[in-house]
Structures are given as C-alpha cells and as structure tokens.
Write a protein that binds this ligand. Structure first.
Ligand code: NAD
Ligand code: IPM
Ligand code: MN
Length: 337
C-alpha cells in the first residue's frame, strides 16, 4: 500500500485514514505500508515532484492512500499537475468516483435537504485537464492563453459503461451533465455514447442536464440524482458543491479508479490541502477515513469497508454536531472499529 500524505491538512488526516484501514482490515488483510515523501516539502528541498523510481514503486503497490497536494509557497499547478494529475494519468485512473451522502447528524446548509444520496462518476483522464495549451505574448496586452480540451470516444465510453453498471446496483438512473448547448463537439459525442450504451441497460433510465442547471438542482432538488455522469472539469466543480450540500467537503471521499486493475487505484478525500486551516488540528478527517473504506471495498474487502462506514455513520449520528479536533474525531471513529 502506498501512502502519500502530501501537504497541509493531508498530513493531518491521512494518518487517521491509515489507522482506520489497519484496524478495520484486522486479520483479513495484512497490508504493508510504504510512505512516499512527495509534495511541497520534498519539492522545496530537492526540486523533485514525482521521481521515476517513486512512480515505479507506486505502480507495484495494491492501492494508494493520498491526502492532498498543494502549497501556497509553490506556484499553482506545479504540484497539482506534476504529482496528483500525473499519478491519475500515468495510472490511467479514468473513473473518479465521488459519492455524496447526507449523514444523520450532519447539518446541511439546505433548509429542507431530505435524504441525499447520489454518486458522481467523473471522467478522470481527459477533457481540459489533459490537453496542451500555452500562452503567447505573455505579459503583454495581446496575450493569448489556450487550454485544449481532449475528449475521446474510448475515454468517454469506458466511464459511461462504469456509470451504467453502477446505476444497476443503485436506483437505476443516470444523469449526464455537460454543456452540449455550447460545447457542441464533446457534448454531442458524450450524448451519443450515452444513448448507445443505454440500449444495453433497458432497466436504467437516463436524462441530461446542462452543468449550469445541474448546480441549481443540486441545491433545489438533489433527490433527482442517483448517478451523475460528467467530464473531468464539470465533475470537479460539481463535487465540491455536492460536498457543501452534504455538510462540507470534510465528509466527501473519492476514488481515482483504474477499473481494469492494470494499475493501482488511488483513494483520497475530494478536498485539498486547506492552507487556511492547516496546522490547527481542526480539519475533519472523516473524508480521508471514508476514502480508506472505498479503498478496502475496491480491493474486495467489503465487510471491512462496511465496518468503517458503520463506525463513521455512528460517530456522526452521535457526535456530528459537536466541535471536535482532527485528533478527537479520528480517535472517536477508531474507538468504534
Ligand atoms: P480546499 O479543498 O483545500 O479548501 C476549500 C475550503 O474547504 C477551505 O475553506 C478549507 O478550510 C475547507 N476544507 C477543506 N477540507 C476540509 C476538511 N477536511 N475539514 C474542514 N474544512 C475543510 O481547496 P482550496 O483552498 O481551493 O485549495 C487549497 C490547495 O489544495 C490548493 O493548492 C489546491 O490546488 C489544492 N487541492 C488539492 C486537492 C487534492 O490534492 N486532491 C484537491 C483540491 C485542492
Ligand atoms: C480534486 C482537485 C484536483 C482536481 C486538482 C488539485 C488538480 O481539485 O481532486 O478535486 O481538479 O481534480
Ligand atoms: Mn476539486
């Protein structure tokens, strides 16, 4: 198992996720952990972001537990692209799976939230994240900056299939979210692939929402969603909003999954390194701990994953509304395992 705590609160929440993993796994799985010193401190010390030997070692592991990367001392994008996105791309983690559930005991900012339980299947390797781009006449009034969005039928179809398979295990509804009224090439391609694949899943209903409208429905009518299927950038934005709706990104776990198991998958909270609260021992470690449960489930340890989910659920139900430090929440959840 590779462990990459990374930066900021990543370093504070990851040890709790690792301990929860270890405790829940018990005798069923004896993992060995390999800690990777990657992130801001490493970069500032020796200029390394993701050395080839580290990448090779990570490729040999069963799975990766990651905290967060990014540091205000370092130009935006260097670590995010060079470390996090490089891992997602090199390991072909094309499904970015992001469940949202409103736990009993968590206060949602919505007045009448009702039951909220949906999953975003975010494409993880394409779109605006992977295209080339550049700036010409930089720092002049004539500057032109480009970022190219790359969308392939191969890349879309594999996540579309994943989303429909997932829907079969849930409430059997898929909502494609895109912006096909403006992004007429990629949007149209996604829609055609969804329509074609849907024919193989007669029990699954599907509909479509433009991304801007989807941000409305996420707060006005979140119950309409079961599986949200979307591209890389829209999925990034929508899942932070989803996190807020279910009480904060501190409850939002994710998996960057290579569903063909050619490479290890990576499990991480959806949030970042949160420089505004780093070092204060106030970050919520729940998302990281729930990510450890997703990791266990991915490796086939369903029972052990269920134990973490149940411990988190019970913890929130009883103590969710109390002010607790990172370490208190971590200890409370561990005590229930
Ligand atoms: P962020 O997710 O780090 O923080 C957004 C807000 O949410 C902040 O107010 C923060 O205090 C709060 N927050 C986040 N996690 C929390 C937790 N566990 N408990 C309580 N509050 C929490 O996003 P940002 O501020 O836009 O980005 C900070 C840095 O993190 C940037 O460098 C960014 O690139 C990076 N980032 C990394 C990842 C990742 O590694 N997966 C994800 C998002 C952002
Ligand atoms: C996330 C983050 C990353 C993303 C960044 C840090 C590259 O925001 O995991 O949601 O955009 O995917
Ligand atoms: Mn994000």
């Amino acid at each position: 198992m590779a462990v990459i705590p990374g930066d900021g609160i990543g370093k504070e929440v990851t040890p709790w996720a690792q301990q929860a993993l270890e405790k829940a796994a018990g005798d069923a799985a004896s993992f060995t952990y390999e800690n990777f010193d990657l992130g801001a401190e490493r970069y500032l010390r020796d200029g390394q972001i993701l050395p080839e030997e580290d990448l090779a070692a990570i490729k040999q592991t069963d799975a990766i537990l990651l905290g967060a990367v990014g540091d205000p001392r370092i130009k935006a994008g260097i670590l995010e692209r060079g470390l996090l996105l490089r891992l997602r791309f090199e390991l072909d983690q094309y499904v970015n799976l992001r469940p949202s559930k409103l736990y009993k005991g968590v206060t949602s900012p919505l007045a009448n939230p009702g039951e909220i339980d949906f999953v975003v299947v975010r494409e993880g390797t394409e779109g605006l994240y992977c295209g080339s781009g550049g700036a010409v006449r930089r720092d002049t009034p004539e500057e032109v900056a480009t970022e190219v969005s790359i969308n392939t039928a191969y890349g879309a179809e594999r996540v579309v299939r994943y989303a429909f398979d997932l829907a079969m295990k849930r409430r059997k509804h898929v909502t494609l979210v895109h912006k096909k009224n403006v992004l007429v090439n990629a949007g149209d391609m996604w829609q055609r692939i969804v329509d074609r694949v849907a024919q193989e899943y007669p029990e699954v209903t599907h509909d479509y929402c433009h991304i801007d409208a989807a941000t409305i429905y996420l707060v006005s009518d979140p119950q309409r969603f079961d599986v949200i299927l979307t591209d890389n950038l829209f999925g990034d934005i929508l899942t932070d909003e989803a996190g807020a709706v279910v009480g904060g990104v501190g409850y939002s776990a994710s998996g960057c999954i290579n569903a063909k198991d050619e490479y290890p998958s990576m499990f991480e909270p959806i949030h970042g390194s949160a420089p505004d609260i780093a070092g204060k021992n106030i970050a919520n470690p729940t998302a990281a701990i729930l990510s450890a449960a997703m990791l266990l489930r991915h490796l086939g340890f369903d029972e052990q994953a269920d134990r973490i989910d149940a411990a988190v659920e019970a913890d929130i139900a009883e103590l969710g509304s109390t002010q607790r430090s990172t370490d208190e929440v971590g200890r409370d959840i561990l005590a229930r395992l």
